[in-house]
Each structure stands twice: as C-alpha cells, then as structure tokens.
Design a protein around this ligand. Structure first.
Ligand code: G3H
Ligand code: 13P
Ligand code: ZN
Length: 333
C-alpha cells in the first residue's frame, strides 16, 4: 500500500523534470475522478485536504474515502496532505488523522512569526514521521499589484530568495510554497497572464535541494468557462495560468509540486450545469455527478501530461522502497 510522504516523490521530481500534481478533495466523486486519472496515466499524486474540506465532509468520511482509493489502486504512490493549515493545532489534528504531509501557511505573519510557527510544526510533524510544506511571500497575480503600485513594489509580494534561504535553514521545512505571481481561484490575471519565472531560478540557487511548490496553478480552461456561461452561469473574465507556463515552471525551472483545485471545481460545475440545462427533468444525482466525475478524469489526465508525471508512479514506488521510509507514527498504532 504505497501511501507515503512526499519525500520519495520530490527526490525524483527535483532532478527529474516533472512535478507531482496536488489535487484538492472534498467528496467521493472528486477523489474518484483524480485517482482514476492518475491510475490511467500511472502518475504519482498528492491528495490534499483544506480546513474547509475537513469541515464540509467530516474528516472521518474523507479518511475512509481516501483509504478506499488507496485500496483500489495499491500500485499508486499517494500522499495525504493538509492544504493551507493555519495553526499548529490543525496540523496536530492532521497528524492524528493519518496525514503523511502537512502545510503550515504562516505567510500572512511577519517573517519571524512565520518562522516560529513553521519551526514548531516541523518539530512536531518530524517526530511523527510526517513532512511539512511552508509558504513564504504573498500569493497574488502580479498584475493585481501593478495597478497603482510602482514596479519595484510589485517585487515585495514575491518570495525573496535570500529570505527563503534563511527561512529554510531556521525551520528545516521539507518543501516551500513560493509566490511567483499565481493566485487562488478563477480570476488570476486582469491582463496578460505572466509568472515571475526568474524568481524560481533565483530561489533554486539560494536553496539548492529544497523542493518548491506552486499554488494557484489552475489553468481555468476556457471550454469549462464557456460551458458554465452557456448553461446559466456567470464567470466573465475568468483566467488561469497558461499550460505552457506550468510546463516551463516544472520542466525548465524545477518546480516539484503543483496545486490544483479550481479546475476540478470548474469541471464538476460545468457538467452539472450542462445536465441541468439540457435535461431539465433529470433528478438522479448519479446522472449529473457521474458526468462531473468523468469531466474531472479527462481534465486531470490532461494536466498530468503537462506536469510531465505520466508513467512516473513505478519509479516513485521504487524510490520509496529504496529509502525504506517508515510509515508515519499514525500507521504504527
Ligand atoms: O487554496 C485553497 C484551496 O483551493 C482550498 O480551498 O479552502 O475553499 O477548501 P478551500
Ligand atoms: P487553484 O485555485 O489555482 O486551483 O489553486 C489551488 C491551490 O493552490 C490549493 O492550495
Ligand atoms: Zn494554495
């Protein structure tokens, strides 16, 4: 049962020109869609759960849905990750719930506060055999800040390469989410979509060996936006990160983990809207959640191509075996 931390994954992704897709899960259909896609493409994957997902679905239900996915696909390397944990208590709860990786997001704290919070979570998680992702810099589209802000001030929101090195040395964090111009949601850019690729390069230089993470990486495919707008929705001016920029960030600059949630929501919503609009008498949830789940499979399969992670599952499992990584304390109970 290759449920693992992200270490064996990042060991290979770091030098290997591919990234691990980290997909947010909130219910059974979303989880099934993601896992089916990764099984079809033989890709390693991270299933991530936010505080909101824990509240919505109840952790007990999510845990069993994920256990079922692991059971169904014993060949797939899977990590279970807390997305944007905001307190040490939440991270601790996730250690007790069998997560293999947790994110502590102290990016809205002053630098020293972020270090203190992150270091505390790293100490606790490492004792439990769990890895930690932290965040430094402010996520947000570059252009959002450009409006009325001097060019030199835009830089302030991006991750500072020297600070990243200091942060890494003092926290011993296992991976770092960096701000390079992405933002969460479906409205990432007002004008041209543009990431600060040079920043990735600089941070790779000041922090050699530290796996970097890109949040806000949905590409907001126009086909889903068109379907949503056609069938009664209203999402004007939605815009995501172009796929070629994700591909470059991964294969040329070395990003190891790419977070995607919005695109899953769009796929599910677009299909449900289509069924409701074209079959107004339909009321069997299987007949609208099913097509939604299928749309997620198709979309995630496409993503795995530009994350360049297709066919990498077996190598990751072999790396996991080679490391002889002990399972987190939770699994030894
Ligand atoms: O980064 C945020 C993720 O998309 C999770 O969103 O907090 O609404 O579950 P959520
Ligand atoms: P998107 O909103 O671009 O899907 O980003 C998701 C994310 O970063 C989750 O942490
Ligand atoms: Zn995020």
């Amino acid at each position: 049962m290759p449920l693992m931390t992200t270490k064996p994954m990042f060991d290979l992704a770091y030098e290997g020109g591919f990234a691990i897709g980290a997909f947010n899960v909130n219910n059974m259909e979303i989880t099934q869609g993601i896992v089916s896609a990764c099984a079809a493409e033989k890709s390693p994957l991270i299933l991530q759960i936010s505080k909101g997902a824990r509240k919505y679905a109840n952790m007990r239900f999510l845990r069993h849905i994920i256990s079922a996915a692991v059971e169904e696909h014993p060949e797939l390397p899977i990590a279970i990750h807390l997305d944007h944990g905001d307190t040490a208590d939440l991270a601790k709860a996730c250690l007790n719930d069998g997560f293999t990786s947790v994110m502590i997001d102290g990016s809205h704290e002053p630098f020293e506060g972020n270090i203190k919070l992150t270091a505390e979570v790293v100490r606790m998680a490492h004792q439990a055999g769990v890895v930690v992702e932290a965040e430094l810099g402010i996520l947000g589209g570059i252009e959002e800040h450009v409006v009325g802000v001097k060019a030199e001030d835009v830089e302030k929101f991006l991750t500072d390469p020297e600070q990243a090195q200091d942060f890494w040395k003092r926290t011993h964090v296992d991976s770092l989410a960096i701000a390079i111009g992405t933002s969460h949601g479906a409205y990432k850019f007002k004008h041209e979509a543009k990431l600060a690729m040079g920043r990735i390069e600089q941070i790779m230089k000041t922090c050699p060996g530290l796996p970097l993470v890109m949040h806000g990486s949905s590409s907001v495919p126009q086909e889903f936006i068109d379907l949503i707008n056609k069938y009664g929705g209203s999402m004007p001016n939605a815009k995501g990160v172009p796929e070629d920029q994700i591909y470059a960030a991964v294969t040329k600059y070395g990003v190891c983990k790419v977070n995607i949630d919005t695109d899953l929501r769009l796929a599910l919503t677009a299909k449900i809207r289509e069924v409701f609009a074209t079959k107004p008498s339909e009321f069997d949830p299987r007949n609208y959640l099913g097509p939604g789940r299928e749309a997620i499979v198709t979309m995630v399969r496409r993503k795995l191509q530009f994350l360049n992670s297709v066919g990498k599952a077996e190598a990751v499992v072999n790396q996991w075996k080679k490391l002889g990584e002990p399972m987190p304390a939770y699994y030894k109970k």
